[in-house]
Design a protein around this ligand. Structure first.
Ligand code: HEC
Length: 175
């Protein structure tokens, strides 16, 4: 029979295991050097797991072949954008593209591509985009430093940006 004490221990062990797993999976995503050395990246892992195969450049933060200031990924453009996404693109181009690049393809040295597996809805939900704009972002995935808050963009405009980014992501198999 399980005592209450054993149950508490078991819960603690499970929590710890979850934390360790979370740490390693995040670390794996963030570390370009690691994936380069092992030759194993998320595209490879996903291929094995039967998910949609994404180009390696959209799953890895490894950028050795990219010149400073150049786009980091080459997104496919959706055939059409919804009305909200079209408005979102306009705001994005005016306020975000200077760092995140045209078509959210990233700009090496300035900001990451947002058409990237890291920013899939389950890992960076719509609320993360609102927060990023209002509070800025501590660098944690890329070597480009922190993002400062972007003033002068309303909540409604960020919703449009989100619509734009999600449609761009879906056109590139990121969902
Ligand atoms: C001055 C450069 C700059 C501008 C302008 C900028 N960003 Fe960023 N942004 C960054 C950098 C750098 C990061 C990456 C931080 C990291 O290493 O994870 C980032 C990260 C993000 C993230 C990821 C947030 C997270 O939780 O990890 C989102 C979403 C984002 N930016 C949205 C936007 C939007 C929307 C705009 C325009 C309204 C914008 N950014 C403008 C530089 C910028």
């Amino acid at each position: 029979m399980m005592t209450a004490r054993k149950l508490v221990m078991l819960a603690a062990v499970l929590l710890l295991a979850g934390a360790v797993w979370g740490y390693w999976s995040d670390r794996d995503m963030a570390s370009g050097e690691n994936t380069a050395q092992t030759g194993m990246d998320h595209a490879g892992m996903e291929g094995q797991m039967g998910g949609a195969a994404l180009p390696r450049e959209m799953t890895s933060t490894f950028m050795a072949g990219v010149a400073d200031g150049a786009a980091i990924v080459t997104p496919r453009l959706p055939a059409t954008l919804s009305e909200a996404a079209q408005s979102g693109k306009q705001v994005f181009d005016a306020k975000c593209a200077v760092c995140h690049g045209t078509d959210a393809a990233g700009k090496k040295g300035n900001g990451p591509p947002l058409v990237h597996k890291i920013y899939e809805p389950s890992h960076h939900g719509d609320y993360a985009v609102q927060l990023a704009v209002v509070q800025g972002v501590r660098a944690h995935h890329w070597p480009f430093g922190d993002m400062a808050p972007v003033p002068g963009v309303t909540t409604a405009q960020v919703e449009q940006i989100v619509a734009y980014l999600r449609e761009m992501q879906r056109a590139n198999g990121i969902r």
